[in-house]
Design a protein around this ligand. Structure first.
Ligand code: 13P
Ligand code: SF4
Length: 345
């Protein structure tokens, strides 16, 4: 697409979201990226949290982490450029060992993925022998390798129910685990720091064992935020990501993966929407659905997703950076947990 056409396409969607001078500049970058993408036989996967100009220009597929994992599993291109965070790019590599997987920013991490190590999982297995381990896909490959099955926010309940086990270990998101426990009617216990390290009170009735990881973005939303918005807009429909606390999810009208939230807004005629999730997603919905009345509660951008820019995506294709590698013995074990998840959902 010539540069001018790219600018016009982006302007049609983004004129109320991105200033014109920025749009012209970003359309130029997007056009260069698309030319290189074709030359190098690459596919670009973009998470729903990408900033609006990127989200609406260069990805071949946009979606939540489950959909993007599925697209990564299916692609026949030589190079996968992942406009998302490291754990997502690693999942693409786990599924595609012979392809080059590129992450445009070396530091695009995730507070949940940082919250647990492979050794932590091994210790939990020793503490709860025979109990199956479900790990959220927001973990690094070595943690996935210690798990029985992965899940995303889009399929966590289905994965937990598929195990048909009296007890499960669900890692590492404290809030997602709490929300799944509530939805499936299970009681959950979490570790506390005692004299001998992490301790679990197994005298309680429990069917789930959790961990204390949190998303640094979603933990910021509170029930007080919800009350305040409902007072001002009594007819507002509030959607929260399941990485928000169980109290926030219970006080919301709907909770689901990023794509489930987008679909809900697209299909509903509510007079106002409030999204309790990363801010860029609200902008992306407004760009595609300008008639949707979206309220902003926008102090929160993910500092990791935020690292991915059009400039760095161009450099990524030009310089072949940053190449994601997963050691083969780890990849083979992690693959089982990821493939099992994809089969269930
Ligand atoms: P989704 O799987 O819902 O896209 O969520 C990924 C994520 O990192 C949310 O913070
Ligand atoms: Fe991780 Fe939260 Fe950022 Fe998602 S929004 S990538 S869970 S820190």
């Amino acid at each position: 697409m010539p540069e001018n056409q790219m600018y016009l396409k982006m302007k049609a969607l983004l004129r109320n979201v991105v200033p014109d001078v920025e749009l012209r500049y970003k359309a130029g970058l997007a056009e260069q990226i698309n030319v290189l993408k074709a030359e190098k036989n690459a596919v670009i996967l973009g998470h729903n949290y990408m900033e609006p100009a990127l989200y609406h220009s260069i990805p071949d597929f946009v979606g939540d982490s489950l959909y993007l994992a599925r697209m990564a599993a299916k692609t026949e291109k030589d190079i996968i450029v992942f406009c998302g965070v490291k754990f997502m790019a690693e999942t693409a590599k786990i599924l595609n060992p012979t392809k080059t997987v590129l992450l445009p920013a070396a530091k695009a991490g995730c507070s949940l993925a940082e919250s647990i190590t492979a050794e932590d999982v091994r210790n939990l297995r020793k503490r709860f022998p025979g109990v199956p381990v479900v790990t959220y896909v927001n973990t690094y490959a070595d943690v996935k390798a210690e798990s029985d099955v992965c899940c995303t926010s889009g399929n966590a309940v289905a994965v937990v129910e598929s195990l048909k086990s009296d007890t499960i270990i669900f890692l590492p998101d404290e809030y997602l685990a709490g929300n799944i426990a509530r939805e499936t009617g299970k009681h959950i216990i979490f570790p506390t720091l005692g004299a001998k390290g992490l301790e679990f009170d197994t005298s309680l009735d429990y069917q789930m064992v959790g961990w204390r990881g949190r998303c640094e973005v979603h933990e910021k939303f509170t029930v007080a935020d919800i009350r305040s918005v409902r007072e001002q807009f009594p007819d507002v429909v509030i959607l929260s990501h399941p990485e928000c606390s169980p109290e926030v999810v219970a006080a919301s009208d709907f909770s689901g993966s990023t794509t489930a939230m987008i679909r809900y807004v697209e299909q509903s005629n509510a007079p106002h929407f409030l999204l309790l999730t990363e801010c860029a997603m609200g902008d992306n919905i407004i760009a595609a659905n300008p008639e949707k009345p979206m309220l902003r509660l926008c102090s929160v951008r993910c500092p990791h997703m935020n690292q991915i820019t059009l400039e760095d995506t161009l450099k990524s294709l030009q310089l072949n950076q940053y190449v994601i590698e997963v050691p083969e013995p780890v990849r083979l074990r992690a693959l089982k947990a990821v493939e099992r998840m994809i089969a269930i959902s």
